[in-house]
Design a protein around this ligand. Structure first.
Ligand SMILES: C[S@@+](CC[C@H](N)C(=O)[O-])C[C@H]1O[C@@H](n2cnc3c(N)ncnc32)[C@H](O)[C@@H]1O
Length: 271
């Protein structure tokens, strides 16, 4: 079987089918590899290790409805369910395998996380039904059309509602994805939007898509949202851990994660 990895175009369908199958197969290994760092009920925004408790980006208030997309094993939602009995939380993901891991983590838990299997770009949710949509490293890099995902989030948000998503910092795409010193020299154009594709025997098995910071800002604005913040979490001294190509060495010099915070215009309920 010929294995191939590199930059080449990938369609919407190719991307969705490949990533769904990849995350289905990878679910338990991903949890084995990263579960301790993430915590089964932990809300971490990225490999730097900053948590929602520290950053407070969701700005939750009592009575809110919160939808996580690309939730994986739903660690973030599980944390919210554990800590906030005054908000309603639903965790969604495209991959049945990732949700199965979520169910396994919930077995025996007092309040299991409500789970929903769906594509983050086609949410089975009514217009203006939720107050917060968020994802930590889910959906956005794994779809061909991230603008459609942002429009869908905007559709389901109530006026005054907030979208928060973290993703690989776009600048990483100019550098080799390795944790050591070789990962500090730019070798590819930051402006090359060709996705990273893995295939096996000619069948696409994994896809990640690249957008520049400007592309993401335009997609947020194009979705009718107001950009509130672009958070570039710095690598904290307390974190010695390497995660794939993210490492303390690179983290001290280059941004690794971008967190986008945006709002649907309008007055929130009860304002
Ligand atoms: C890197 S994992 C992140 C999971 C989780 N948010 C975390 O922090 O561990 C990416 C997740 O995005 C999900 N995903 C990929 N494409 C998706 C799509 N189109 N719609 C919804 N989820 C998707 C994958 O199934 C996977 O669970």
């Amino acid at each position: 079987m010929t294995l191939d990895a590199g930059r080449r175009p990938a369609s919407t369908t190719e991307t969705r089918d490949a990533n769904r199958a990849w995350w289905d197969a990878e679910a338990e290994d991903y949890h084995r590899e990263h579960g301790d760092f993430l915590g089964d009920a932990g809300f971490v925004w990225g490999p730097e290790g900053w948590t929602e408790d520290e950053l407070g980006l969701l700005d939750l208030a009592p009575g809110m409805t919160v939808l996580e997309i690309g939730a994986g094993a739903a660690q973030c939602s599980r944390r919210l369910v554990r800590d906030r009995d005054d908000v309603r939380v639903v965790a969604s993901d495209l991959s049945r395998g990732m949700l199965r891991t979520a169910q396994r983590l919930d077995a025996g838990a007092g309040r299991p996380v409500p789970l929903l299997q769906c594509d983050g770009g086609r949410l089975p949710v009514a217009d203006a039904a939720v107050d917060r949509v968020f994802t930590a490293y889910g959906v956005v890099p794994f779809v061909a059309d991230s603008a459609a995902v942002l429009r869908e989030a905007a559709r389901v948000l109530r006026p005054g509602g907030r979208l928060v998503f973290s993703t690989s910092h776009p600048v990483r795409w100019a550098f080799p994805d390795v944790p050591g010193p070789e990962g500090l020299t730019a070798t590819t154009s930051y402006f090359d939007r060709t996705p990273y594709v893995e295939s096996s025997g000619g069948v696409v098995t994994y896809v990640e898509h690249h957008r520049t910071v400007g592309d993401l800002v335009r997609q947020v604005v194009g979705a009718g949202l107001v950009l509130l913040d672009l958070v570039e979490p710095e690598w904290p001294d307390r974190n010695p851990q390497t995660w794939g190509g993210w490492s303390p060495l690179r983290g001290r010099l280059l941004p690794g994660t971008l967190v986008v915070v945006a709002e649907r215009p309008g007055a929130p309920r009860g304002a």
